[in-house]
Design a protein. Structure first.
Length: 226
C-alpha cells in the first residue's frame, strides 16, 4: 500500500524567499539568476521552469529526487543564508511558487516560479549599491554580477539596477536595501531621475578611471630622455 502525500489547492500561489546570484548573459541582452547550492549550474529567468540537475527525464519536483526550485517560508531565514562568506554577494529574492510543489517544514520544492522582487545589498566597500558589476566568475555564457557603488565599478562590465530589471523582464522589481524599488515596468519610455543619476555616477566613475590611466601615461619619461 502506497502512502499518498496530502494535496493542497490554494486560492493564491504561495510566496517564498531565497538567495541567488544575479547573472548577465555574455552578449548583455539577458539577465537572470543562479542558485547558491544544488541548482547553481543552471541559470534561470524571472519566470522559469525547474529542470532536473542530474539530467533525468522526470518532471521536477520528483519525490525520489531532490530536483526543483527551492525556497523557504520565512524572509529572515533566507536573509540568514547570506551571512556566510560564499553567499555575501547574493541577492534576496521574493518568489511566487507555481505549479506542483512539495511542502516541507521550512519551505517548498516546486516546479515553476516567478521572481517578484530582488533585494540588492550594499557594495563590498559598504556604500549603497548603484549597479551590478562583474563579480569575476560565472557560468558558460553567463557572467555573475555583484552589487557595486559608482566608485568601485571602474572598468568592469556593469549594468544599472533599472537596466538589470528591464533585461530580466517579467515585471521584476529591484529593491536597494534600505532605499526603495526601481520597477522597470514604470519606465517604458526611458529612464527616470534616480536611474539617470545612477547611470551618470557610473559614467563618471569610468571617466575618473580613464583619467587616472592617462595621468600615469603622461608621467612616464619619454623614450631616450634621461
Amino acid at each position: 500500500m502506497r502512502l499518498r502525500l496530502p494535496e493542497e489547492r490554494p486560492t493564491e500561489p504561495p510566496t517564498g524567499y531565497k538567495i541567488a546570484h544575479p547573472m548577465l548573459s555574455q552578449d548583455g541582452t539577458r539577465a537572470g539568476f543562479t542558485g547558491v547550492s544544488l541548482g547553481g549550474a543552471l541559470p534561470y529567468g524571472v519566470l522559469d521552469e525547474a529542470r532536473c540537475v542530474y539530467g533525468r527525464r522526470h518532471r521536477a519536483p520528483h519525490r525520489r529526487c531532490d530536483c526543483g526550485f527551492h525556497c523557504v517560508h520565512d524572509r529572515a531565514a533566507a536573509e540568514a543564508l547570506s551571512c556566510t562568506a560564499e553567499h555575501r554577494a547574493a541577492v534576496l529574492l521574493e518568489v511566487v511558487v507555481l505549479g506542483a510543489y512539495i511542502r516541507f517544514e521550512r519551505g517548498f520544492r516546486y516546479a515553476r516560479q516567478r521572481v517578484r522582487t530582488a533585494t540588492v545589498g550594499p557594495c563590498a566597500c559598504g556604500a549603497v549599491a548603484g549597479a551590478l558589476a562583474d563579480a569575476g566568475w560565472g557560468r558558460p555564457g553567463w557572467r555573475a554580477l555583484a552589487a557595486a557603488c559608482a566608485g568601485c565599478v571602474r572598468g568592469r562590465t556593469s549594468v544599472s539596477l533599472a537596466a538589470f530589471a528591464r533585461l530580466a523582464g517579467g515585471g521584476l522589481r529591484v529593491v536597494v536595501a534600505g532605499r526603495g524599488v526601481q520597477p522597470a515596468t514604470e519606465l517604458p519610455e526611458g529612464l527616470g531621475v534616480p536611474e539617470l543619476v545612477a547611470e551618470a555616477a557610473l559614467l563618471q566613475a569610468r571617466l575618473d578611471w580613464f583619467q587616472t590611466q592617462l595621468t600615469r601615461l603622461d608621467e612616464r619619461p619619454a623614450g631616450g630622455e634621461e
